[in-house]
Design a protein around this ligand. Structure first.
Ligand SMILES: Nc1ncnc2c1ncn2[C@@H]1O[C@H](COP(=O)(O)OP(=O)(O)OP(=O)(O)O)[C@@H](O)[C@H]1O
Ligand SMILES: [Mg+2]
Length: 269
Protein backbone atom coordinates (compact mmCIF):
# COMPACT_ATOMS: atom_id res chain seq x y z
CA UNK A 1 0.00 0.00 0.00
CA UNK A 2 1.15 3.53 -0.61
CA UNK A 3 1.71 5.71 2.43
CA UNK A 4 0.19 8.88 3.65
CA UNK A 5 -2.92 9.42 1.48
CA UNK A 6 -5.39 11.22 3.71
CA UNK A 7 -9.16 11.43 3.55
CA UNK A 8 -10.65 14.75 4.74
CA UNK A 9 -10.73 15.23 8.55
CA UNK A 10 -14.49 15.72 8.47
CA UNK A 11 -15.07 12.43 6.59
CA UNK A 12 -15.78 9.01 8.05
CA UNK A 13 -13.60 7.74 10.87
CA UNK A 14 -13.06 4.55 8.94
CA UNK A 15 -13.27 3.95 5.21
CA UNK A 16 -12.65 0.82 3.16
CA UNK A 17 -12.62 0.99 -0.62
CA UNK A 18 -12.60 -2.12 -2.80
CA UNK A 19 -10.89 -4.28 -0.17
CA UNK A 20 -10.07 -7.84 -1.24
CA UNK A 21 -8.04 -10.53 0.49
CA UNK A 22 -6.75 -13.94 -0.65
CA UNK A 23 -4.97 -16.64 1.31
CA UNK A 24 -3.01 -19.62 -0.01
CA UNK A 25 -4.78 -22.86 0.76
CA UNK A 26 -3.67 -26.27 -0.60
CA UNK A 27 -1.53 -24.51 -3.24
CA UNK A 28 -4.64 -22.65 -4.40
CA UNK A 29 -5.72 -19.07 -3.96
CA UNK A 30 -8.59 -18.84 -1.50
CA UNK A 31 -10.70 -15.72 -2.00
CA UNK A 32 -11.73 -14.54 1.47
CA UNK A 33 -12.97 -10.98 0.95
CA UNK A 34 -14.04 -9.27 -2.26
CA UNK A 35 -14.93 -5.67 -3.11
CA UNK A 36 -15.58 -4.45 0.42
CA UNK A 37 -16.70 -0.80 0.49
CA UNK A 38 -17.55 0.43 3.97
CA UNK A 39 -17.68 3.71 5.84
CA UNK A 40 -18.04 4.12 9.61
CA UNK A 41 -18.71 7.59 11.00
CA UNK A 42 -17.16 8.99 14.18
CA UNK A 43 -19.07 7.66 17.20
CA UNK A 44 -20.98 5.13 15.11
CA UNK A 45 -21.61 1.57 16.33
CA UNK A 46 -21.25 -0.64 13.24
CA UNK A 47 -21.92 -4.39 13.41
CA UNK A 48 -20.57 -6.86 10.87
CA UNK A 49 -22.55 -10.08 10.64
CA UNK A 50 -21.75 -13.10 8.56
CA UNK A 51 -21.46 -16.88 8.66
CA UNK A 52 -18.38 -18.63 10.00
CA UNK A 53 -15.39 -18.40 7.68
CA UNK A 54 -16.72 -15.51 5.59
CA UNK A 55 -13.76 -13.29 6.49
CA UNK A 56 -15.03 -11.20 9.43
CA UNK A 57 -11.89 -11.59 11.57
CA UNK A 58 -9.75 -11.06 8.48
CA UNK A 59 -11.57 -7.79 7.81
CA UNK A 60 -11.05 -6.66 11.39
CA UNK A 61 -7.37 -7.58 11.20
CA UNK A 62 -7.03 -5.55 8.00
CA UNK A 63 -8.54 -2.50 9.73
CA UNK A 64 -6.26 -3.11 12.71
CA UNK A 65 -3.28 -3.15 10.33
CA UNK A 66 -2.35 -6.72 11.29
CA UNK A 67 -3.09 -8.04 7.78
CA UNK A 68 -2.59 -6.24 4.49
CA UNK A 69 -5.37 -6.26 1.90
CA UNK A 70 -4.43 -7.65 -1.53
CA UNK A 71 -6.80 -5.18 -3.18
CA UNK A 72 -8.22 -1.85 -2.16
CA UNK A 73 -7.42 0.72 0.48
CA UNK A 74 -8.25 1.41 4.12
CA UNK A 75 -8.21 4.77 5.88
CA UNK A 76 -8.63 5.43 9.59
CA UNK A 77 -8.45 8.65 11.59
CA UNK A 78 -7.97 9.79 8.69
CA UNK A 79 -4.70 8.30 7.47
CA UNK A 80 -4.22 5.37 5.18
CA UNK A 81 -3.70 2.26 7.29
CA UNK A 82 -0.25 0.79 6.79
CA UNK A 83 0.18 -1.08 10.10
CA UNK A 84 -1.12 -1.33 13.66
CA UNK A 85 -1.50 1.81 15.79
CA UNK A 86 -2.86 2.82 19.19
CA UNK A 87 -5.76 4.61 17.44
CA UNK A 88 -7.25 1.19 16.58
CA UNK A 89 -7.47 -1.43 19.31
CA UNK A 90 -8.77 -4.98 18.82
CA UNK A 91 -10.55 -7.17 21.32
CA UNK A 92 -9.80 -10.61 19.86
CA UNK A 93 -12.10 -13.60 19.67
CA UNK A 94 -9.93 -15.43 22.24
CA UNK A 95 -9.34 -12.37 24.48
CA UNK A 96 -5.53 -12.58 24.54
CA UNK A 97 -5.28 -11.63 28.22
CA UNK A 98 -2.12 -12.45 30.16
CA UNK A 99 -2.91 -15.16 32.73
CA UNK A 100 0.27 -14.46 34.72
CA UNK A 101 -0.78 -10.85 35.39
CA UNK A 102 -3.56 -9.72 37.72
CA UNK A 103 -6.55 -7.65 36.57
CA UNK A 104 -4.83 -4.30 37.17
CA UNK A 105 -1.63 -5.23 35.35
CA UNK A 106 -3.55 -6.63 32.36
CA UNK A 107 -5.22 -3.23 31.90
CA UNK A 108 -1.98 -1.35 32.63
CA UNK A 109 0.05 -3.37 30.12
CA UNK A 110 -0.91 -1.45 26.99
CA UNK A 111 -0.60 1.90 28.77
CA UNK A 112 3.03 1.17 29.62
CA UNK A 113 3.64 0.63 25.92
CA UNK A 114 2.02 3.98 25.18
CA UNK A 115 4.65 5.57 27.43
CA UNK A 116 2.12 7.33 29.67
CA UNK A 117 3.34 8.70 33.02
CA UNK A 118 2.61 6.53 36.07
CA UNK A 119 -0.03 8.89 37.54
CA UNK A 120 -2.08 9.00 34.36
CA UNK A 121 -1.78 5.24 33.96
CA UNK A 122 -3.12 4.68 37.48
CA UNK A 123 -6.03 7.06 36.88
CA UNK A 124 -6.95 5.40 33.58
CA UNK A 125 -6.72 1.83 34.91
CA UNK A 126 -9.01 2.71 37.80
CA UNK A 127 -11.45 4.67 35.63
CA UNK A 128 -11.95 1.86 33.13
CA UNK A 129 -12.05 -0.94 35.68
CA UNK A 130 -14.77 1.03 37.46
CA UNK A 131 -16.61 1.53 34.18
CA UNK A 132 -16.79 -2.25 33.69
CA UNK A 133 -17.75 -2.81 37.37
CA UNK A 134 -14.55 -4.58 38.41
CA UNK A 135 -13.45 -2.15 41.13
CA UNK A 136 -13.66 -4.91 43.74
CA UNK A 137 -11.38 -7.20 41.74
CA UNK A 138 -8.48 -4.89 40.95
CA UNK A 139 -5.83 -7.38 42.00
CA UNK A 140 -7.61 -10.67 41.36
CA UNK A 141 -5.86 -13.27 39.23
CA UNK A 142 -7.62 -14.18 36.01
CA UNK A 143 -8.38 -17.77 37.06
CA UNK A 144 -10.39 -16.33 39.95
CA UNK A 145 -12.76 -14.59 37.54
CA UNK A 146 -15.80 -15.81 35.60
CA UNK A 147 -15.85 -15.75 31.79
CA UNK A 148 -17.95 -12.58 31.83
CA UNK A 149 -15.52 -10.87 34.21
CA UNK A 150 -12.55 -11.82 32.03
CA UNK A 151 -14.40 -10.33 29.09
CA UNK A 152 -14.82 -7.12 31.10
CA UNK A 153 -11.06 -7.06 31.80
CA UNK A 154 -10.42 -7.31 28.05
CA UNK A 155 -12.91 -4.49 27.45
CA UNK A 156 -11.30 -2.28 30.12
CA UNK A 157 -7.85 -2.98 28.72
CA UNK A 158 -8.91 -1.85 25.26
CA UNK A 159 -10.92 1.16 26.47
CA UNK A 160 -8.03 2.34 28.64
CA UNK A 161 -5.99 2.87 25.49
CA UNK A 162 -8.67 5.44 24.53
CA UNK A 163 -8.51 4.40 20.88
CA UNK A 164 -10.33 6.29 18.14
CA UNK A 165 -11.75 3.01 16.92
CA UNK A 166 -12.56 -0.09 18.97
CA UNK A 167 -12.52 -3.32 16.94
CA UNK A 168 -14.41 -6.13 18.66
CA UNK A 169 -14.30 -9.69 17.32
CA UNK A 170 -17.23 -11.73 18.68
CA UNK A 171 -16.37 -10.60 22.20
CA UNK A 172 -19.40 -12.24 23.85
CA UNK A 173 -19.69 -15.47 21.88
CA UNK A 174 -18.19 -17.72 24.56
CA UNK A 175 -20.50 -16.43 27.30
CA UNK A 176 -23.77 -17.86 28.59
CA UNK A 177 -26.87 -16.01 27.30
CA UNK A 178 -27.55 -14.20 30.59
CA UNK A 179 -23.99 -12.81 30.92
CA UNK A 180 -23.94 -11.98 27.24
CA UNK A 181 -27.09 -9.88 27.59
CA UNK A 182 -25.71 -8.04 30.62
CA UNK A 183 -22.54 -7.20 28.73
CA UNK A 184 -24.55 -6.10 25.70
CA UNK A 185 -26.32 -3.62 27.99
CA UNK A 186 -23.06 -2.51 29.59
CA UNK A 187 -21.37 -2.06 26.25
CA UNK A 188 -24.17 0.28 25.14
CA UNK A 189 -23.68 2.32 28.35
CA UNK A 190 -19.91 2.43 27.85
CA UNK A 191 -20.29 3.39 24.20
CA UNK A 192 -22.65 6.23 25.19
CA UNK A 193 -20.22 7.37 27.92
CA UNK A 194 -17.06 7.27 25.79
CA UNK A 195 -18.38 8.20 22.32
CA UNK A 196 -16.16 5.47 20.85
CA UNK A 197 -16.42 4.40 17.22
CA UNK A 198 -17.02 0.65 17.27
CA UNK A 199 -16.71 -2.03 14.62
CA UNK A 200 -18.24 -5.14 16.18
CA UNK A 201 -18.15 -8.58 14.58
CA UNK A 202 -20.76 -11.19 15.44
CA UNK A 203 -22.51 -14.29 14.11
CA UNK A 204 -25.70 -13.16 15.76
CA UNK A 205 -28.24 -11.12 13.83
CA UNK A 206 -30.19 -10.26 16.98
CA UNK A 207 -27.03 -9.11 18.74
CA UNK A 208 -26.08 -6.99 15.73
CA UNK A 209 -29.51 -5.36 15.52
CA UNK A 210 -29.62 -4.76 19.28
CA UNK A 211 -26.20 -3.10 19.34
CA UNK A 212 -25.66 -1.47 15.96
CA UNK A 213 -26.53 1.89 14.49
CA UNK A 214 -25.69 0.09 11.28
CA UNK A 215 -25.69 -3.64 10.51
CA UNK A 216 -23.54 -4.83 7.62
CA UNK A 217 -24.39 -8.31 6.33
CA UNK A 218 -21.64 -10.31 4.66
CA UNK A 219 -22.19 -13.24 2.32
CA UNK A 220 -20.59 -16.65 2.77
CA UNK A 221 -16.94 -16.78 1.68
CA UNK A 222 -15.71 -14.88 -0.18
CA UNK A 223 -17.27 -12.26 2.04
CA UNK A 224 -18.97 -9.48 0.11
CA UNK A 225 -21.37 -6.93 1.48
CA UNK A 226 -24.86 -8.26 0.90
CA UNK A 227 -26.88 -5.56 2.64
CA UNK A 228 -26.51 -2.61 4.99
CA UNK A 229 -29.32 -1.88 7.44
CA UNK A 230 -29.62 1.31 9.54
CA UNK A 231 -31.16 0.70 12.95
CA UNK A 232 -32.73 3.80 14.48
CA UNK A 233 -34.47 2.21 17.49
CA UNK A 234 -34.17 3.93 20.89
CA UNK A 235 -31.50 2.72 23.33
CA UNK A 236 -30.70 0.85 25.45
CA UNK A 237 -31.91 -2.09 23.41
CA UNK A 238 -32.06 -5.77 24.19
CA UNK A 239 -32.06 -8.83 21.92
CA UNK A 240 -35.59 -9.60 23.18
CA UNK A 241 -37.15 -6.25 22.25
CA UNK A 242 -40.01 -6.78 19.78
CA UNK A 243 -38.66 -4.24 17.22
CA UNK A 244 -35.18 -5.82 17.40
CA UNK A 245 -36.69 -9.25 16.75
CA UNK A 246 -38.80 -7.98 13.92
CA UNK A 247 -35.83 -6.37 12.11
CA UNK A 248 -33.74 -9.51 12.73
CA UNK A 249 -36.47 -11.68 11.21
CA UNK A 250 -36.74 -9.46 8.17
CA UNK A 251 -32.94 -9.57 7.66
CA UNK A 252 -32.95 -13.31 8.22
CA UNK A 253 -35.53 -13.74 5.46
CA UNK A 254 -33.37 -11.55 3.22
CA UNK A 255 -30.26 -13.68 3.71
CA UNK A 256 -32.19 -16.96 3.78
CA UNK A 257 -29.30 -19.04 2.42
CA UNK A 258 -27.12 -18.52 5.47
CA UNK A 259 -26.28 -21.80 7.13
CA UNK A 260 -23.24 -21.82 9.35
CA UNK A 261 -20.78 -24.14 7.52
CA UNK A 262 -19.25 -25.27 10.81
CA UNK A 263 -22.23 -25.96 13.04
CA UNK A 264 -24.67 -26.48 10.12
CA UNK A 265 -27.13 -24.56 12.25
CA UNK A 266 -29.06 -21.42 11.64
CA UNK A 267 -29.49 -18.83 14.35
CA UNK A 268 -32.98 -18.83 15.83
CA UNK A 269 -34.54 -15.41 15.59
N1 LIG B 1 -3.60 -16.54 8.13
C1 LIG B 1 -4.39 -17.29 7.33
N2 LIG B 1 -3.85 -18.12 6.42
C2 LIG B 1 -4.63 -18.85 5.59
N3 LIG B 1 -5.98 -18.83 5.62
C3 LIG B 1 -6.57 -18.02 6.52
C4 LIG B 1 -5.81 -17.21 7.44
N4 LIG B 1 -6.67 -16.51 8.21
C5 LIG B 1 -7.90 -16.87 7.80
N5 LIG B 1 -7.85 -17.76 6.80
C6 LIG B 1 -9.00 -18.35 6.08
O1 LIG B 1 -9.82 -17.26 5.69
C7 LIG B 1 -11.18 -17.60 5.85
C8 LIG B 1 -11.85 -16.52 6.69
O2 LIG B 1 -11.34 -16.61 8.01
P1 LIG B 1 -11.84 -15.61 9.16
O3 LIG B 1 -11.16 -16.01 10.40
O4 LIG B 1 -11.68 -14.23 8.69
O5 LIG B 1 -13.41 -15.96 9.19
P2 LIG B 1 -14.53 -15.48 10.21
O6 LIG B 1 -15.63 -14.92 9.39
O7 LIG B 1 -13.95 -14.61 11.26
O8 LIG B 1 -15.01 -16.85 10.84
P3 LIG B 1 -15.56 -17.18 12.35
O9 LIG B 1 -16.95 -16.63 12.37
O10 LIG B 1 -15.55 -18.66 12.39
O11 LIG B 1 -14.65 -16.53 13.33
C9 LIG B 1 -11.22 -19.00 6.42
O12 LIG B 1 -11.47 -19.89 5.37
C10 LIG B 1 -9.85 -19.21 6.98
O13 LIG B 1 -9.46 -20.55 6.84
MG1 LIG C 1 -13.66 -14.84 13.31
Amino acid sequence: MSQGTAVPQSGPRLKLKGVGKYFDHDHKKLAVLEGIDLEVEAGEFCCLVGPSGCGKSTLLNIVAGLEKPDEGLVWANPREVSGPGPDRVVIFQDLALFPWLDVWDNVDFGLKNLGLPAGERRARVLKYLQLVHLQEFLHARLHQLSGGMRQRVALARSLAMEPEILLMDEPFSALDPHTRERLQQELQDIWAATGATILFVTHGLKEAVALGDKVVLLTTRPGRIQAVERVDLPRPRSVDDAPVLSISRRLKAQIGNWVDPVSRQEERV
